[in-house]
Design a protein around this ligand. Structure first.
Ligand SMILES: Nc1ccn([C@@H]2O[C@H](COP(=O)(O)OP(=O)(O)OP(=O)(O)O)[C@@H](O)[C@H]2O)c(=O)n1
Ligand SMILES: [Ca+2]
Length: 500
């Protein structure tokens, strides 16, 4: 009986299998045709992109950022995927040839077109922010600065990206966005953790930014930036010192030594045996020193190095004014600075210089750091050139000054002590992204940091709220940043940076 039953059941079963196999074959055929048709269409892109150009005083750099396309609800991480260094000097050096400023960006724009998938070009925001070089040019010659911006904007408008404007950042923005970048990359903002201060050293200006429990802006309102990020309020102290980037600081030191218009100068901040002819009109061609130009001077002077670290420190110290302070406490030049708090990340020229000098270990005793600099500065120039044949001569000649300047700025200027100096980490990148103001700038302008934590009720607008002034984080109203219409504001007055 069981055998018979098996026979009866086998027959319809066989038919079922045949129908099933035929069905699969049809589905496979349809799938094959579909894939064939779709092959000519672009696959959906996994990432979205944003581009920021950093038009610094010494050079321009382009940064490309990416984030997961499906995570538009501010939870996807933004990372730097590529960068490009523009050949030649910063855009402020093109005052007498503005078109050259636009043309100089060509190679990096081409690189960006290749790095960003073409299907994303049109929606990819592109920003250009200029810092202290353009602040100085704007002071010196506003129409030249306008012309440079026009040329740069024309070049960027002709790119396939969504160009959202070129403008000069205020010193506070430069400092604050550097702080946002560092803390965003370190994942300190989402958790409401203790934040890290940010130290940025450029060629023409320098910034210090940190959260201080003792600072609510009452004493010095223009040093306060308030943020509400992921549901947490921050009172950020920030100050930008125009003319205290390392190139302008060097000018200031040389200006103090050539006030009487000598034909020759022995300078302790250059290596023994270093000798160079310097042009007076070139040295004094900057608003940072123009006022102290000697009344009568020869055309040029001979700069001779003596390589003496201790005398160099004395000479460097003279560019800081410690004589006046109308606040409870000051850094230098009468600028308010609350007591230092927490850890710091120091980047850009802090990194370039201290990395070259093998002095990035801030836990080393201060005396060891000084001894190393003393020995370094005393090394004859001929030996230096022999030991570093591939280093740019301009950089090589200035590392003794730069190292001494950094040490003086941090300890005497900002009041880092032997103890708190250890709290500084010298950084270039965090998790593959460069430390600097550009990422924080883009995160703000593209609304990518929410004011409230993602799981909190949507009480506040999503935008990163940046207030500036003494009103405190709870004060309503749009931030000054929201008033900016980049096209119109391509030349902002550098009202914030103080000339000393
Ligand atoms: N390998 C390098 C690269 C740069 N530099 C120096 O570092 C300074 C520039 O630092 P950077 O952060 O690039 O300044 P900018 O952004 O151009 O200037 P600013 O922020 O003041 O506008 C310049 O003095 C430059 O000569 C250096 O010593 N070694
Ligand atoms: Ca810079």
């Amino acid at each position: 009986m069981s055998e018979q039953r098996e026979m009866k059941e086998a027959s319809p079963g066989y038919r079922t299998v045949t129908i099933f196999v035929a069905g699969i074959a049809v589905i496979a055929l349809v799938a094959l045709v579909t894939v064939g048709v779709l092959q000519n269409k672009p696959l959906p892109q996994k990432y979205k992109y944003g581009i920021v150009m950093d038009a610094g005083s010494s050079h321009t750099a382009l940064y490309i950022y990416q984030w997961p396309a499906e995570k538009d609800n501010n939870t996807g991480r933004v990372t730097q995927t590529d960068s490009c260094r523009v050949d030649g000097p910063g855009i402020s050096s093109y005052a007498s040839n503005p078109r050259g400023a636009g043309e100089s960006l060509g190679d990096c724009m081409l690189k960006a077109r290749q790095a960003v998938p073409s299907s994303r070009h049109g929606e990819t925001p592109l920003y250009l922010g200029a810092t202290a070089g353009m602040r100085l040019l704007n002071i010196e010659n506003a129409s030249a600065s306008d012309a440079v911006f026009q040329a740069v904007e024309a070049a960027l408008h002709s790119s396939p990206f969504s160009f959202r404007g070129a403008r000069i950042l205020s010193g506070q923005e430069e400092g604050a966005f550097g702080w946002v970048t560092v803390n965003y990359l370190d994942d300190r903002l989402t958790q409401g953790q203790e934040t890290t201060g940010a130290l940025d050293l450029g060629g023409a200006s320098t910034q210090i930014s940190f959260v201080s429990a003792r600072f609510d802006g009452t004493e010095s309102p223009h040093n306060l930036m308030t943020f509400r990020l992921y549901g947490n309020d921050y009172n950020l102290y920030t100050h930008s010192y125009l003319c205290y980037g390392k190139d302008q600081a060097l000018r200031k030191m040389l200006a103090l030594q050539t006030a009487s218009g000598p034909t020759s100068l022995s300078d302790p901040c250059f290596h023994p045996g270093y000798i160079r002819t310097r042009d007076y009109s070139e040295l004094y061609a900057s608003p940072c020193v123009a006022r102290s130009k000697p009344q009568a001077s020869p055309r040029n002077f001979t700069l001779k190095g003596t390589g003496d670290f201790d005398s160099c420190r004395t000479a460097v110290k003279k560019i800081f004014d410690f004589s006046k302070c109308n606040f409870s406490r000051c850094s230098f030049n009468g600028v308010f600075q609350p007591e230092l708090q927490g850890s710091f990340g120091a980047f850009s020229a802090y990194y370039f210089v201290l990395d070259f000098l093998n002095l990035t270990d801030t836990s080393a005793p201060m005396e060891t750091i000084k001894d190393k600099l003393r020995e370094y500065c005393a090394t004859p120039w001929a030996d230096m050139q022999r030991q570093h044949p591939s280093t740019k001569v301009k950089y090589l000649a200035e590392y003794c000054f730069s190292g001494t300047y950094i040490l003086t700025l941090l300890t005497e200027g900002y009041n880092f002590t032997a103890d708190t100096f250890k709290e500084i980490t010298i950084i270039r990148k965090i998790k593959g992204s460069d430390a600097g103001w550009t990422l924080g700038y883009m995160l703000n302008l593209t609304n990518m940091i929410p004011a409230e934590a993602p799981d909190a009720p949507p009480a506040a607008p999503r935008r990163l709220r940046v207030h500036h002034g003494a009103h405190g984080p709870a004060a309503g109203g749009p931030s000054p940043l929201h008033h900016l219409h980049p096209q119109q504001d391509s030349v902002l007055q550098p009202a914030q940076d103080r000339m000393s």
